[in-house]
Write a new protein. Structure first.
Length: 249
């Protein structure tokens, strides 16, 4: 049973959101979390359940291809609808496979080698094969990712926001890559921001933000925040794959 605590915002009655932090190719942990969500829904049914992934599906971990394949056909958890946010790693990957040379170099440095290997592509080989060797359905999935989802008193983004700018006016780069001044800001952002991108040891709940990237690819847990009414709880999947050196994050 999930231990529930008071949350810094609330959702409308009858709605529950399961928000999963950064995945980075850690398919086995993701699958365990999906199984835990399915079990929670059997024990605690709710009229409307949303499965939301916060972004960074690819890079660094062992099975980026498997992660996308798990999500590309729709929600893998019966009884839920699904939304998927874009992370900075997906944005860089899309630019790289579109042929942008600088993005390709950045992608390889930031973990793209592991993604290419999961597709059976030699990362040291020619780059012009990337687009043809990565399934079109997977590329369509990446292009269909969204930048923000708002529900009740929450806004879900990959990285963060810029303080003192309305949510509807936030820049794409901040939504995908923000760290400072967002992480140390005490400002009211217009909603409680649920985000990943910056790894933390355990989920962080503050009055204006909730951080759920608990560093699965670096040997940490993978975390799912469970939001309902004015409560919050967490599901966690323990480390399974060999961690990536934090020096290469």
């Amino acid at each position: 049973m999930i231990q529930l605590s008071p949350a810094p915002a609330r959702l409308p009655s009858g709605r529950r959101i399961y928000a999963i932090g950064d995945i980075h190719g850690c398919l086995r942990q993701l699958s365990v979390l999906h199984e835990m969500i399915e079990a929670d829904l059997r024990e605690r049914p709710v009229p409307a359940a949303l499965l939301l992934h916060i972004g960074d599906y690819v890079d660094r971990g062992a099975d980026s291809r498997g992660v996308i394949e798990r999500l590309v056909h729709g929600s893998p958890v019966p009884g839920t609808t699904m939304l998927n946010l874009m992370g900075n790693h997906e944005a860089t990957m899309l630019d790289a496979i579109a042929g942008e040379r600088a993005a390709g170099t950045d992608w390889l440095f930031a973990g793209g080698k592991a993604t290419l290997e999961s597709y059976g592509i030699d990362p040291e080989g020619p780059r012009d094969v990337w687009k043809d060797r990565i399934p079109a359905a997977h590329q369509d999935f990446l292009r269909g990712l969204i930048l923000m989802h708002r529900a009740g008193g929450y806004a879900f983004v990959h990285a963060g926001v810029r303080p003192n700018i309305a949510l509807e006016n936030q820049a794409r780069e901040d939504l995908l890559r923000a760290r400072q001044p967002f992480l140390y800001s005490e400002a009211d952002f217009g909603a409680v921001i649920v985000h990943g991108h910056t790894p933390v040891k355990t989920a962080v709940v503050r009055h204006n933000r909730i951080a759920i990237d608990t560093g699965a690819v670096f040997g940490g847990q993978m975390t799912c925040a469970v939001l309902e009414a004015d409560t919050i709880g967490f599901l966690t999947a323990e480390p399974m794959d060999p961690p990536v050196s934090i020096a290469h994050r």
